[in-house]
Design a protein around this ligand. Sequence first.
Ligand code: HEC
Length: 151
Amino acid sequence: MTATFWKGRAATARLFAFVAAASLSACATASPEAPASTPTPPATSTTASEPLTPVYTAGQATRGQGTFAGVCSTCHSRNEFAGPIFAITWRAEPLSGLYQQISTNMPQDRPGSLTPQQYVDVLAYILQLNGIQPGNQELVADPTTLARMDW
Ligand code: HEC
């Protein structure tokens, strides 16, 4: 990989550290009982700190594959998003790390130009490329939920 790659990773790591610190302090101040005004959590949520298994549907991965073919494949081969190097780089972090990287910096010529749904669909496709089995629940474009998903 190139120097730009490492620069990008350092920026991502800093952003991630910031997000992690922000959510830690949020945890510290939150009371154990959720106040009545708390919005209904997504179906995947149980308690705020409990780890979640990554979920996506086969249909979602197919949508993501379409976006990948239409947008990402100009610059990337799908082989870049699975295998040992990819795992060391991205699977050491919860899924939110890769979501942040993609949704903030990609596509490199038009960062942030896709919808959150399109980004999370591509993420579902990447889960599929990494051999994670689909289920009957879609992956949601919610950084807090993604931050609880180790993969
Ligand atoms: C115009 C070219 C271009 C497009 C289109 C593009 N990327 Fe990238 N991408 C790059 C470059 C160049 C890098 C390496 C430099 C960096 O990290 O910013 C990169 C890096 C990445 C990385 C981190 C690299 C790694 O192996 O760890 C991921 C993940 C990624 N891109 C995903 C995507 C996804 C998903 C899309 C489609 C939504 C996409 N990219 C579209 C050029 C592109």
